[in-house]
Design a protein around this ligand. Sequence first.
Ligand code: GLC
Length: 428
Amino acid sequence: MQPWFENAKLGIFIHYGIYAVDGVAESWSFYNGHIPYEQYMKQLDGFTASKFDAEAWADLIEKSGAKYAVLTTKHHDGVALWDTKYSDLNVIQKTPAKRDIVKEYAEAIQKRGIHLGMYYSLIDWSHPDYSSVYEGGKVPEDLSTANRFSSPQDGIQDEERWQKFLEFNNNQLREILTNYGKVDLLWFDGDWERSAEQWNLPAFKEYLHTLNPDIIINSRLQGHGDYKTPEQGIPITRPEGPWEFCTTINTSWGYVPTDNKYKSLNQIIRMFCDCISMGGNMLLDIGPREDGTIDKRQEDILLGLGDWIRTHEEAVFGTEEGIMTRYYLGGSTVSKDRKTLYLFVYDDPKENVCLKGLCNPIKKITVLHSGKELSHEIHGGVPWFNIPGTTWIHMTPEDTHEQVTVLKLEFDEELEMYGGSGAVVTHN
Ligand code: GLC
């Protein structure tokens, strides 16, 4: 996998589509029968993108501190945001917008050196050939449980139509991967409705690599992806290998004006710290309005997060997973050379910040945003058995940052943490 991904730390997810016209849930609103399909598709007439300015998006993404962006080029509803030759269900032919959103997005993003990501739904609930087979090729016992958008209604599967659908996906993906400059990341969604065999894996992945050998592919590919994508709930234990946590700012992926359940800036920054403390990235979602503008509350979160990241850059980029919370009750990261430990202080300390199991002598402790040097004392420990004492770093509320405070601890040697039963662990 290309090394840029694990160093990126923050990406911005963009759910943009016709669902923003009425402010309903992307695709799921008709799939789950909340509104009729016809009513959902009527939103095509209202999708204007009249104020869509890819430069403004890219500018905001850059200011957020993100190193990559991922745009929904096509959600499960099958509406393509680009000028696809393979279906007229696209915003150029079917909406008053009449512009290639993907093209403008890709150009603006690449111009700023932000890594270019494309979300593509494997599912297409509008394509006539999609609902030709059942999941895993198994006809359900109770046919009434089969959703008409994803499966046949009569128990009869048509393998030929399914093959035609796969060809259609291959063609659309070729357009996305070859018409818009170099795409860095493909973010698949919806693999769950078909088996690996039905998606023609691993041959499908090989096909994508022939179009772009450097492409990074998320995990939603029936076990054939490059990194894991936990969604909406921050993992409690670190997922194995590279990973990314995707999350909404309120509770909706797309623009839902009635959804006022917003996370605060502080909560978002803490969530971000949680992710990087466990060696992961955060993919933070925005849902632009149908005209392409972005709700101020979402914009403010991105700008606030960006301010925090810029102030604390060295604790974010070029760092790795931090130490376990049994050493320090908070988040942390470690520099690549392992000679600096960054502690995230989430709350106001009473008089000290406590760190256990540190074997290294501390050269210097600074509050990252102010540069103020902090003193510390060590209590306890059994030097003749190399059992370290507890480090108490003197810190009071006046030393804190208004969001999350970062303490920088410098050492002469690589960080060593005590293993508990006499062992010294150098990592974690
Ligand atoms: C879920 C939803 C989808 C959304 C995605 C983002 O898979 O099906 O609507 O786009 O999460 O991660």
